[in-house]
Unconditional design. Structure first.
Lengths: 111, 115
């Protein structure tokens, strides 16, 4: 079983749609969680951190469920520019700073 | 602005030659940097953790004699792909943490093509 698992997609949605990505992790001692966005042939860039209390940044909402070892990302009112691969990233307590990446979920927003 | 730089951004080399890739933290000191490689349509695979002033820690299956890592200063780590072969062609990305356990800042990546 992979340490971090994501639904690879692809997700093809129309502009304005709401789309949700899920991620599960296997190490219950993991301490910090992130969603990164990666555009084609570019480096990953931090989209947002994920907290148990949930956090929202504009159209993006991230949620963490420690009991279920589950992370989610919700994108509302999708824009064409949201098309990218979204990576779920988990940092373990024993390896603070050493990140484990999911394989990514590809999103394509169409006009 | 960018906080981690990589050089070169793209390199093409012949089989059997060695290639050095530099990773620099631009406005902070990074005692630890990470080297990843990424194949097309795949996620990042951690190759090794580069530790300033000490030996790098390699992930299982990564040959330390093939991928030489040197972290000689608090702002610079280098990855040398020795005796490169076509199967080493990949996108190599480094990263560094400003604060332990927090988000990573990624370099822009180096696309290596071995002919």
């Amino acid at each position: 079983r992979k340490e971090v698992e994501q639904d690879p997609g692809p997700f093809n949605v129309p502009e304005g749609a709401t789309v949700a990505f899920n991620c599960t992790y296997s190490n219950s001692a993991s301490q910090s969680f992130f969603w990164y966005r990666q555009d084609c042939r570019k480096e990953p860039k931090l989209l947002m951190s994920v907290y148990s209390s949930g956090n929202e940044d504009g159209r993006f909402t991230a949620q963490l469920n420690r009991a279920s070892q589950y992370i989610s990302l919700l994108i509302r009112d999708s824009k064409l520019s949201d098309s990218a691969t979204y990576l779920c990233v988990v940092n373990g307590a024993a390896n603070a700073g050493k990140s484990t990446f999911g394989d990514g979920t590809t999103l394509t927003v169409k006009p | 602005g960018a906080v981690v730089s990589q050089h070169p951004s793209r390199v093409i080399c012949k089989s059997g030659t060695s290639v050095k890739i530099e990773c620099r933290s631009l406005d902070f000191q990074a005692t630890t940097m990470f080297w990843y490689r990424q194949f097309p349509k795949k996620s990042l695979m951690l190759m090794a953790t580069s530790n300033e002033g000490s030996k790098a820690t390699y992930e299982q299956g990564v040959e330390k004699d093939k991928f030489l890592i040197n972290h000689a200063s608090l702002t610079l780590s280098t990855l040398t792909v020795t005796s490169a072969h076509p199967e080493d062609s990949s996108f190599y990305i480094c990263s560094a943490n400003r604060d332990r356990g927090n988000e990573q800042y990624f370099g822009p990546g180096t696309r290596l093509t071995v002919t």
